[in-house]
Design a protein around this ligand. Structure first.
Ligand SMILES: NC(=O)C1=CN([C@@H]2O[C@H](COP(=O)(O)OP(=O)(O)OC[C@H]3O[C@@H](n4cnc5c(N)ncnc54)[C@H](O)[C@@H]3O)[C@@H](O)[C@H]2O)[C@H](O)CC1
Length: 488
């Protein structure tokens, strides 16, 4: 389960335990984790801030001291903001607090460093009074642990302040928070371990998760009396002279979703290439003059449409977009050029009656909403949520952790995939996969999640036999076929 800070606080309130009791429990459990990994003679330095995260650090220090561990505490603030942290600071002997002038020596000589500066209460940037300590902390070769949240990271937004503290292990308290599942974006920790605490089990989270078991459960099955086309028929529209490969990869992705019938509408200039390469789709070649009538004829036959991959130089691209958005009664997936055509025309999305799925990567999304990439990165989750709600779309924000956001504000943060996917054609394959799954499933949000999860999972499976650099997008279909054969 992944929770927001608000949900976490709610769980704490419902636990029936006071903050004092929870903090005591957290400090005790953390001490066990540290004692399991380190010997008494090692020099353990706990760096504390001013809130309850510092309180956890003080309780940890007390338990380690009680077990005769060599512990010292750097208290960065003399004024603490919560009664729990104040009380727990008072319980520690004065001699274990590092004097101001000795802070740098103490960090330099530490074997183990524990970050208890900021937890989920942190916002914005590292305050100037902590800066130098943070820089030195990150330079230390000690084994490093962070309690709950790496200090300098915002738990919900994923914003990482400059010089945020790094760790080998971060102990997430109770549940993982959003920051813990964005590791590939920030690399602040090597490992995240959840420390269970006695809070009432959280029965609801706005964050959806996907595992292999869930995938297998949700995977669309073929009925015994199935006939061709029953499993959902997608239509792919796109490509252009010079970029026929994008449509080939759309087709490959759609086929990898398991569909049994596929329509492809393309500029007649690339039709010979596609028809030579792919023999199973039904093709609908068009020119600028015929595109309207060609599409109008095929639209009623299909369950999901993809448009935009490789359509950069397609002269009919704007006509196609308008027609699809006005006349389609099934979901429309817009990729690449399909998204770029919406720039400065976003209002169109508010007039559309059918479901629209947008698949931009971060830069394409920043351009679409007229925001700098840097600003978007500081709060991409909230911005994505607001956008999906305002324009009533499903947003697939591609990146190391692709986000899928529904028009109702539900969020899925993908955990599969690796840098081998960061190459041309990867998005085209994903668009095909998404379109194929939507064509077979009524629940659009779930269909998109299945596709995103599987795309990354196929790349992870490919690592068994391929160097990351040598994962070819064309290879993903074989990995997926083998995966279905083994698991579904
Ligand atoms: N179930 C649990 O998860 C439990 C968690 N516990 C721990 O409590 C912290 C959260 O505690 P909180 O007091 O709310 O926040 P922090 O410790 O992060 O302290 C925030 C403190 O710092 C101030 N602040 C925030 N940002 C900045 C900034 N940029 N510059 C300066 N100061 C800043 C803010 O105003 C606050 O005063 C959680 O992570 C756990 O570690 C409990 O132990 C109970 C169980």
């Amino acid at each position: 389960m992944i929770v927001t800070v608000n949900t976490m606080k709610q769980c704490e309130q419902n636990s029936g335990l006071s903050n004092f009791e929870l903090m005591e429990q957290v400090g005790f459990k953390l001490a066990i984790e540290i004692m399991n990994r380190h010997k008494q003679h090692e020099n353990i330095v706990i760096v504390c801030g001013k809130g309850n995260n510092a309180g956890d650090g003080f309780v940890l220090a007390r338990y380690l001291l009680d077990s005769n561990y060599h512990v010292s505490v750097i208290a960065l603030y003399s004024e603490l903001t919560t009664p729990e942290s104040q009380e727990n600071m008072k319980k520690l002997p004065k001699k274990i607090f590092v004097k101001k002038n000795d802070i740098f020596n103490s960090i330099e000589n530490a074997n183990v460093l524990v970050d208890a500066v900021f937890g989920f209460g942190f916002k914005f940037e590292i305050p100037s009074e902590c800066k130098e300590v943070f820089v030195q902390y990150n330079q230390s070769k000690a084994v490093k642990y962070s309690i709950d949240i790496n200090s300098g990271a915002e738990a919900d937004t994923g914003h990482i302040a400059c010089d945020a503290l790094k760790s080998h292990i971060t102990f997430a308290l109770g549940y993982k928070k959003i920051i813990h599942v964005l590791r590939k974006d920030h690399h602040l920790f090597d490992e995240c371990i959840v420390i269970p605490i006695d809070i009432k089990e959280c029965d609801h989270s706005e964050l959806v998760e996907m595992t292999q078991e869930q995938f297998v459960k949700e995977f669309p099955r073929i009925q015994e009396d199935a006939y061709k086309g029953q499993e959902g028929i997608p239509l792919i529209v796109g490509g252009c002279y010079g970029m026929a490969g994008a449509t080939c990869l759309n087709i490959l992705g759609a086929k990898a979703s398991g569909i049994s019938y596929l329509h492809v509408a393309c500029d007649e200039k690339i039709y010979p290439i596609l028809a030579t390469k792919e023999i199973t789709p039904v093709f609908h070649p068009f020119t600028l003059d015929t595109v309207g009538s060609v599409l109008k004829e095929v639209l009623p036959k299909v369950k999901c449409i993809a448009f935009g991959s490789g359509a950069t130089y397609l002269d009919s691209k704007k006509v196609i977009l308008e027609l699809l958005l006005q006349q389609s009664t099934c979901p429309v997936v817009l990729d690449a050029e399909g998204i770029r055509c919406l720039q400065n025309n976003l209002y169109i999305l508010k007039l559309v009656r059918t479901q629209v799925i947008l698949t931009p990567h971060l830069k394409e999304f920043a351009d679409l909403i007229g925001m700098s990439l840097e600003s978007l990165k500081t709060n991409k989750l909230e911005i994505a949520k607001e956008f999906a709600k305002e324009y009533h779309v499903t947003l697939v924000l591609k990146g190391p952790h692709t986000l899928v956001v529904s028009s109702q504000g539900e969020v899925y943060i993908n955990q599969t995939g690796n840098a081998g996917l960061a190459k041309a054609g990867s998005g085209d394959f994903l668009t095909g996969l998404i379109t194929g799954f939507i064509a077979q499933k009524r629940d659009v949000f779930m269909a998109v999640i299945l596709a995103v999860w599987l795309h990354g999972h196929a790349a992870d499976l490919a690592l068994k036999n391929h160097h990351q650099r040598m994962i070819q997008i064309e290879d993903l279909k074989q990995e997926i076929e083998q995966f279905y054969f083994d698991q579904c």
